[in-house]
Design a protein. Structure first.
Length: 223
C-alpha cells in the first residue's frame, strides 16, 4: 500500500464491544509506529455505554447505573456511544503530517462539517467547545438554541492518533440524559434524524469516506 493510501474498514452493521475496539486500536498504533501496519480508519457502532475521557468531572455522571461506564485514555469528558451513532476511529501517523495535533483536530472537525453538509446540515465549530454544533434557532423566549451533533475525542501515542469522532445518525437521544455530554450543561444533543434527515448509517458512512479522502488527502483502500 502506498504512503498516500490508508486502509478503510467498516463493521458498524454489528455492535463492537468497546474494550475490543480499544485493544484493536492500541495494537494498530504500535504496528503503525513500527511500520508493520498501514494507517487506517475504522467505522463501528457500539452497544450502549458511557465513556469517560481524561478531563471528566464526577458530577457530570448523572446516572451511573444506566449503562456500563468505561474509563478511557482519550481526551474530553463523558460521552455516550450506542446504536444509531456512527463512530470513526482514525489511526494516522501524524509524524507524516507535520506532528501538528492542532491541525489534526481541525481536520477532524472539517471532516465532520463537510460530511454533514452533504445532508443539508450546517455543522459549526464553537470557541472553547469540543465537537460540532448546529444552530436550532430561537426558543419561545427568544434565546438562540444550539445542540451538539458530533463528538471528537483523540489520543496520540508516539505521534500515531487513535480514538476519533462520532456522529449521531439516529441514536436514542434520551440516553444522553444520564451524563452531562462533554461537560456542557446549557446546550442539548441532536441527530440527523432528530433534525428531520432520513439518512441511514450506510449513507453517512459513504459520505464520511468520500470526505475523508478530500480533507486528509488519502486514497482509501478496503480493509
Amino acid at each position: 500500500m502506498s504512503t498516500n493510501s490508508i486502509e478503510w474498514k467498516e463493521s458498524w452493521e454489528k455492535p463492537t464491544d468497546y474494550d475490543i475496539a480499544v485493544t484493536d486500536m492500541e495494537q494498530s498504533v504500535a504496528a503503525i509506529h513500527d511500520g508493520t501496519e498501514s494507517q487506517r480508519v475504522w467505522l463501528v457502532e457500539h452497544p450502549p455505554i458511557y465513556t469517560a475521557g481524561t478531563a471528566t468531572q464526577p458530577g457530570d455522571l448523572l446516572d451511573p447505573d444506566r449503562f456500563p461506564v468505561i474509563q478511557t485514555g482519550r481526551g474530553g469528558q463523558y460521552t455516550y456511544h450506542g446504536p444509531g451513532q456512527l463512530v470513526a476511529y482514525s489511526m494516522l501517523d501524524l509524524a507524516q503530517r507535520g506532528s501538528d495535533v492542532r491541525k489534526y483536530v481541525h481536520d477532524l472537525e472539517q471532516w465532520i462539517i463537510d460530511t454533514l453538509a452533504e445532508f443539508g446540515i450546517q455543522g459549526e465549530r464553537r470557541e472553547g467547545r469540543v465537537g460540532i454544533w448546529v444552530d436550532q434557532g430561537p426558543n419561545s423566549d427568544g434565546i438562540r438554541m444550539e445542540a451538539k451533533i458530533a463528538a471528537i475525542g483523540v489520543r496520540i501515542r508516539r505521534w500515531v492518533s487513535y480514538h476519533g469522532i462520532s456522529i449521531n445518525v439516529e441514536p436514542d437521544l434520551e440516553y444522553f440524559s444520564g451524563i452531562v455530554p462533554c461537560g456542557i450543561r446549557e446546550h442539548g444533543v441532536t441527530s440527523l434524524v432528530d433534525m428531520g434527515i432520513t439518512a441511514t448509517m450506510a449513507d453517512v458512512a459513504h459520505a464520511l469516506r468520500t470526505n475523508f479522502e478530500t480533507v486528509f488527502g488519502y486514497e482509501t483502500i478496503d480493509g
